[in-house]
Design a protein around this ligand. Sequence first.
Ligand SMILES: NC(=O)C1=CN([C@@H]2O[C@H](COP(=O)(O)OP(=O)(O)OC[C@H]3O[C@@H](n4cnc5c(N)ncnc54)[C@H](OP(=O)(O)O)[C@@H]3O)[C@@H](O)[C@H]2O)C=CC1
Ligand SMILES: O=C(O)CCC(=O)C(=O)O
Length: 435
Amino acid sequence: MTDLLAATTMSTAPDAAASVDHVATPLTDARSQLAEAISLLGLSDGLHQMLATPRRELSVAVPLRMDSGESRLYLGYRVQHNFSRGPAKGGLRYAPNVNIDEVRALAMWMTWKCALLDVPYGGAKGGIAIDPREHSMAELERVTRRYTSEILPIIGPERDIPAPDIGTDEQTMAWIMDTYSVNSGYTVPGIVTGKPIALGGSLGRASATSRGVTHIALAALRHVGLDPARSTAAVQGFGKVGADAARFLSEAGVRVTAISDQYGAVSNDGGLDIGALSDHVRATGSVIGFAGAEPLDGADLLTHDVDLLVPAAVEGVLHDGNATEVRASVIVEGANGPTTPAADRILRERGILVVPDILANAGGVIVSYFEWVQANQAYWWRADEVESRLEERMLSAWKHVLGYADARGLSLRTAATALAVERVAEAHRLRGLYP
Ligand SMILES: NC(=O)C1=CN([C@@H]2O[C@H](COP(=O)(O)OP(=O)(O)OC[C@H]3O[C@@H](n4cnc5c(N)ncnc54)[C@H](OP(=O)(O)O)[C@@H]3O)[C@@H](O)[C@H]2O)C=CC1
Ligand SMILES: O=C(O)CCC(=O)C(=O)O
């Protein structure tokens, strides 16, 4: 067995995992989840090695001329974890702590997400280690165009299709589409998803991840016997996913009592006014100081006394240091990788239902798939068509994962990962790539 798999196996052993959680990284977490699925499915070491290793990855140096005339250099990455079921697909992240191992983990999770939802893609992810808040729009445009030029040889509407993630948005996608199209000599709308509607984006993509999170959250609350209209929720992160998830939950009757961003949190036991909070964030850049709430420590949001917790920010926030303190009955992962394997074990022992990222936040990639299909056919769907097809896919996957988990006594994460890995393994076997 290679060192890679030896390390993976070690991190799944209960004793080792308990003692290494404080050094867990998204990549050790992702590999540990894969190892568990491989062992459950009885798949070979050879296939395990193949699925633990990205098929292709590119590291690029991205020079940026600042508005001041000064030059800076940023590191960027694009990792294509797997494309056995179709083109690689996944978001592009701009954040200061982006690194190759994080991008590898995020790309692997994309592979499982697409397989689980039966979207005909493999998994990819990209990132630049840059803080977008420190840059003007002109600087962000230059850095995006240069990064796109650097990764141009490996992306394409039939190869690898980027989309927004942390720190990027539809404007970023428009610059990528334009740079790619200029190099191709014609307009290629299918090169990215999550682009502006005016450039061939899909109605409903911007809010799709949050809509999907909400469908799953309402189903999960009902599953544990809680009436959403009498339930409370806390949401970590008030960005593209968290803000709309808070809004949709609130519209569905859930009382959202606490919300955080990277600067801290606010709470109101009577329920936060999400519209007013959004106005405050637009005006000030943070939830901090919102007049309709009390200040709350950002870390305390995760252990707030609520029925539903929606982590919708970054990886590894629920770990063995705080999982024993979580008071929610249901956790629905809007973010990718917010729960470490050690926290997963603690939460399961405590009877807390965790709906994993690869199921809960799949709404984004589902509507990205719809957008790609629409762009390729140059035929656009109505918003209600997009939304009803999204709901149908989310709830059908939820029932499938729940049934698989119940029948085998598994957690929802183990069930979802096993179902996804099984589909990817089948694609490898059918294509003759089964070692
Ligand atoms: N966008 C999408 O379609 C999808 C996104 N995801 C995942 O959802 C998560 C959020 O992505 P997205 O909403 O797009 O990103 P955004 O950049 O739009 O928002 C991220 C939010 O997280 C907040 N945040 C960052 N660090 C912390 C922290 N330590 N504690 C609390 N809040 C924090 C940010 O705060 P601030 O506002 O202060 O910067 C911001 O509100 C990521 O894990 C992403 O991979 C998953 C599926 C699809
Ligand atoms: O919409 C997409 O293609 C991918 C979104 C994404 O990055 C994710 O689901 O984590």
